[in-house]
Design a protein around this ligand. Structure first.
Ligand SMILES: [Zn+2]
Length: 339
């Protein structure tokens, strides 16, 4: 494995739009025989059981044009690995680190191939996925944020710290704090990152239940501004050095434009926006994903998202490499028109 392809986030064009990978577990399910949806560790189990499938999944997205990939650590936790894989604490931390290694290995393999074929390759970022506390409860609370009133900021920070430490120690290019259902958790993680991890660049992405509100009921506009103000207080002169963006993920794509407009309505000083929606299907715990026949292709939404200021665009659940390829084409055509 080579490390000479590592890129500092600041080396990327700040005015460019970057394409993120799609739904990792969605694509991973094509490469493994075990069931992923419904497993208490979701896709994270396969860092342990089938690391080559994890690398193959990253490569699928890279070969489809993703410029940002996320470690397969959305649902990884020390407690979860100890409970469900019967690992020790140290082994659990090592497994989180190895998830980053798999992502970096895929990135290095991809960039080596592209460089050999084309003589040049574009930078690819490997970010550590930091899913919400609720994901590890395995009771759906990541989609309602109901734990927000039962826990303190300090408890939330203590939950997130071991995984963040492992991701940072492994040298990720930043963190994707994602699918966060409640403002309290986003503020707790942001506060911790700004104070205790000053070198780490990150994004904060919320899970929203409609075209105005977070899963837990706060408005997206207020939540996004709260995080943006925390970042600006921390870095008055160049807050965008600190944060890739603030946005939404695993939401229905039809909600995104209104969510962004709600933020744009009264503000002129705004963060870069991040969006990686799901396909627009509905998850039913008995039937699985339903409603595929009613979905509009995600790339159809992309021009409007770009018009509203999205600077990182990708996919979440049920968004496949083929979709990422079409999103990338759409972004490319936009950037070539405006250059
Ligand atoms: Zn998702």
């Amino acid at each position: 494995m080579t490390h000479n392809t590592k890129v500092k986030p600041t080396e990327l064009k700040s005015d460019g739009i970057l394409v993120k990978c799609g739904g990792f577990s969605t694509q991973l399910s094509k490469h493994v025989t075990g069931k992923i949806d419904g497993d208490p560790l979701w896709g994270s189990r396969f860092d342990y059981e089938n690391p080559s499938a994890v690398i193959r999944t990253h490569l699928d997205f890279l070969e489809s044009g993703a410029q940002i990939i996320l470690s397969n650590t959305y649902q990884s936790s020390v407690d979860g690995f100890m409970k469900y894989l019967h690992l020790s604490r140290e082994e659990s931390i090592a497994l989180i680190r190895s998830s980053c290694k798999l992502a970096k290995e895929a990135r290095d393999m991809y960039m080596k191939n592209v460089t050999e074929c084309k003589g040049i390759s574009e930078p690819v970022l490997v970010l550590g996925s930091v899913g919400p506390y609720g994901a590890t409860l395995h009771d759906g609370s990541e989609y309602d944020g109901s734990y927000a009133t039962k826990m303190t900021r300090h408890e939330i920070q203590n939950f997130h710290r071991p995984r963040i430490d492992a991701l940072v120690a492994e040298g990720v290019d930043g963190l994707a704090v994602e699918t966060i259902p409640c403002l309290m958790e986003a503020e707790a993680i942001t506060e911790m990152l700004l104070r205790q991890y000053p070198e780490v660049k990150f994004w904060v992405s919320f899970q929203c239940k409609d075209d105005l509100h977070l899963a837990n009921g706060e408005t997206f506009a207020n939540a996004a501004l709260s995080i943006w103000n925390m970042v600006k207080e921390n870095n008055k002169y160049n807050p965008k050095e600190k944060i890739f963006g603030i946005g939404v993920n695993c939401v229905n794509p039809k909600f995104v434009a209104n969510l962004f407009k709600s933020l744009l309505r009264n503000e002129t000083d705004l963060p870069p926006l991040v969006v990686y929606s799901n396909r627009g299907e509905i998850f039913d715990s008995k039937k699985g994903w339903t409603g595929a026949e009613n979905c509009i292709p995600i790339e159809a939404f992309v021009p409007e998202w770009i018009g509203l200021g999205a600077s990182i665009i990708g996919g979440c659940c049920r968004v496949y490499p083929e979709d990422i390829s079409r999103i990338r084409k759409c972004v490319n055509s936009y950037t070539s028109e405006t250059n």
